[in-house]
Design a protein around this ligand. Structure first.
Ligand SMILES: [Zn+2]
Length: 315
């Protein structure tokens, strides 16, 4: 971990990074809303294209099978449906009200302030905008400022800012859709390994690489054992990748504190949800937000967690 040059240090103060966090939080709201829609449109059109391939269907089902035309016809409809969905990217089109389509003016789009001035309602149709938009912006700002304050003007601060932005997007997308997009998980893994390799963070490259392997392997083994015992999957592949990415970012030593913290909080919330009958026992509860929470705790309190945990395990 190295310090950045003095002329850059002022740009990494808690105030400056807190303000940057507000803007990044605003962008994360767009990512959280649009990325799953973009991926769904892509999957729909890929699947449609795949199933329209009659030669492939005939190879799979037999040339005489009547279902070949049925499936290809169905896939054509699916393709048309995916085409009819609005084409989105993270930068285009401009943010608009999901109810009436009113395009937000720049001052309505200001992080937190825009929402407060509108009192959380669309200026055109008065439909409410969820409070989570300003909450995501404020939380990003708070985390950015905390990183600046905790890690000082260093390369580690820059790495953790990028990591926290990815983690917020992952947690919220998992919460909304129970998906953890590969692109975000892989970006976090790449960031962790590169940072360790370049000595941008205090984690060594072997610790980061072992974190990646053990992170993926341990949850894979746990999920496989669970599946053998209970006959259904308790966890998805995205969770293994997210845990692996946290291992790459923070080193293998932090994997145990992260999984213990996230399982403890996840179990309490899960039991509450089942008891409150808000959630069937069979409905998968997204685990990503808890892993992200455990990861953030390890980022800020990693050393304390290790000092508490390992003597306890050693007896
Ligand atoms: Zn509206």
């Amino acid at each position: 971990m190295s310090l950045v040059s003095p002329e850059w240090a002022m740009w990494l103060s808690p105030w400056v990074l807190g303000l940057l966090g507000l803007c990044i939080g605003s962008f994360l709201n767009v990512v959280i809303y649009r990325l799953p829609l973009m991926l769904e449109r892509e999957w729909l059109s890929d699947t449609a294209e795949f199933l329209q391939d009659k030669a492939m269907l005939k190879r799979g089902l037999g040339a005489a099978d009547k279902r070949v035309n049925e499936i290809a016809g169905f896939a054509e409809g699916l393709g048309a449906e995916s085409e009819a969905r609005p084409s989105l990217s993270l930068s285009r089109p401009r943010s608009r009200c999901p109810h009436c389509g009113h395009v937000l003016a720049w001052h309505e789009n200001l992080p937190v302030i825009g929402w407060l001035r509108l009192r959380g309602r669309c200026s055109a149709c008065k439909a409410p905008f969820g409070a989570r938009y300003p909450i995501v912006e404020a939380a990003t700002a708070a985390l950015f400022a905390t990183i600046a304050w905790h890690f000082g003007p260093s390369t580690a601060t820059l790495v953790y800012l990028a990591a926290v932005a990815l983690l917020i997007a992952l947690a919220m997308i998992d919460f909304d859709t129970t998906l953890l997009p590969d692109g975000l998980n892989f970006a976090l893994m790449g960031l962790g390994l590169t940072a360790a390799w370049q000595h941008w963070t205090p984690v060594s490259l072997p610790d980061a690489a072992l974190g990646l392997l053990f992170g993926y392997g341990s949850l894979w083994a746990l999920a496989t054992a669970y599946q053998l015992l209970r006959g259904r999957r308790g966890m998805a592949e995205g969770d293994f990748k997210l845990f692996a990415a946290l291992g790459a970012l923070l080193g293998w030593q932090q994997l145990l504190p992260i999984i213990l913290l996230s399982s403890a909080v996840g179990a309490v919330v899960g039991i509450y949800m089942v008891l409150a009958r808000r959630h069937g026992r069979e409905v998968p509860i997204p685990f990503g937000p808890y892993l992200v929470g455990g990861g953030l705790a390890a980022l800020f309190f990693g050393q304390q967690l290790l000092l508490t945990l390992y003597p306890m395990l050693a007896g």
